[in-house]
Ligand binder design. Sequence first.
Ligand SMILES: N[C@@H](CCC(=O)N[C@@H](CS)C(=O)NCC(=O)O)C(=O)O
Length: 203
Amino acid sequence: MITIHHSPLSRSTRVVWFCEETGIDYRLETVEMFSAAMKRPEYLAINPLGKVPTIEDDGFVLWETGAILQYLDAKYGHGQLIPAAHTREGALARQWMEYGENPLTVIMGEIVAHGGALPETRRIPALVDRGSDIAGELVDVVEAALEETSWILGDDFSAADIMLVFGMMIADHLGYVTDNTPRLRAYLDRAMARPAFQKAVAL
Ligand SMILES: N[C@@H](CCC(=O)N[C@@H](CS)C(=O)NCC(=O)O)C(=O)O
């Protein structure tokens, strides 16, 4: 069984959500966000930046959400949620998985962190300005891509949706999902209604 180092409502929620969608067995090792526990030597030994998620699989350690989802899908998920890399659909899945993390989640996360979540001494106001300048455009790109489709790749839910939805929830919290992005609003509602999502955000 894999171990997921997890902080509630953080990027590791994506890994839990993925496992719930695919039926992969896991156990959680919960670590409080921004706590000293995240930076203790034992944890830094498996995640050099002291961040979540990290997984352990029979002694094998892996971090970076997108890499973790690709590993889990290939090894245990029978390719259920990520089409094969050599296909166009697989390439697009990876395009949106990357986009879901950087720039989408990185920029939205910087606005939240440097706009107030971080202690004042660590805030960099220029990052909020830079993020605010491009946040609307980042959201609009996904709104346009969702035209007439249920999920980002079309009819089938995929790991790309898991990656995107996390960043879009932060965008929504910041007020970037609006009446001008109706497909995105419906997309978020559909994603958040999934039982696997609901289980993951409750952990
Ligand atoms: N690109 C990495 C980002 C990991 C990351 O920034 N995780 C955040 C949680 S959402 C974290 O652990 N932050 C704690 C810290 O920066 O000290 C990934 O997708 O796994």
